[in-house]
Design a binder for this molecule. Structure first.
Ligand SMILES: [Cu+2]
Length: 146
């Protein structure tokens, strides 16, 4: 099991809000050639109340925060959300069937065993933004949450 990293921007985090966000067990599903999207999952914990408001990755043209939810026809669908609340001290799971970071317009095939860099953007209660770089492990297709 990989321990996640605290941000490259750790100093900035400490200087502004005192918030420290950690990401644990971050992984993304491998893709097949030509596949343009994939979901990334992890456990996020923040020392103060923040909201995950966005993400970027050099591997994807577009990155969105998504959730899976039942629509009016009782079908599970994913949709973009504005943010995910990360209450102080509480681990929040991004996992299959729930919240995830959606990588769209992928620039290359994600191969199992490789890593993808993801930059998460969080906003504190005062509206200040911080970011957190996470190395996300690419896991084989068909991987389910342990
Ligand atoms: Cu999605």
């Amino acid at each position: 099991m990989r321990r996640s990293l605290i941000a490259a921007a750790g100093l900035l985090l400490a200087a502004s809000a005192g918030a420290e966000v950690t990401a644990q067990d971050a992984w993304v599903r491998a893709t097949v050639p030509g596949q343009k999207s994939s979901g990334a999952f992890m456990q996020l914990t923040s020392t103060t109340d923040v909201t995950l408001v966005g993400a970027r990755s050099p591997a994807a043209g577009i990155v969105e925060i998504h959730e899976m939810a039942m629509d009016e026809n009782m079908t599970m669908k994913m949709r973009a959300v504005k943010g995910i609340e990360l209450p102080a001290g509480k681990a929040v799971a991004l996992q299959p069937g729930g919240y995830h970071v959606m990588l769209l317009d992928l620039k290359e095939t994600l191969k199992a065993g490789e890593k993808v860099r993801l930059r998460l953007v969080v906003k504190d209660r005062k509206g200040e933004l911080d970011d957190l770089d996470v190395d996300v492990s690419v896991k084989p297709l068909g991987t389910v949450l342990k």
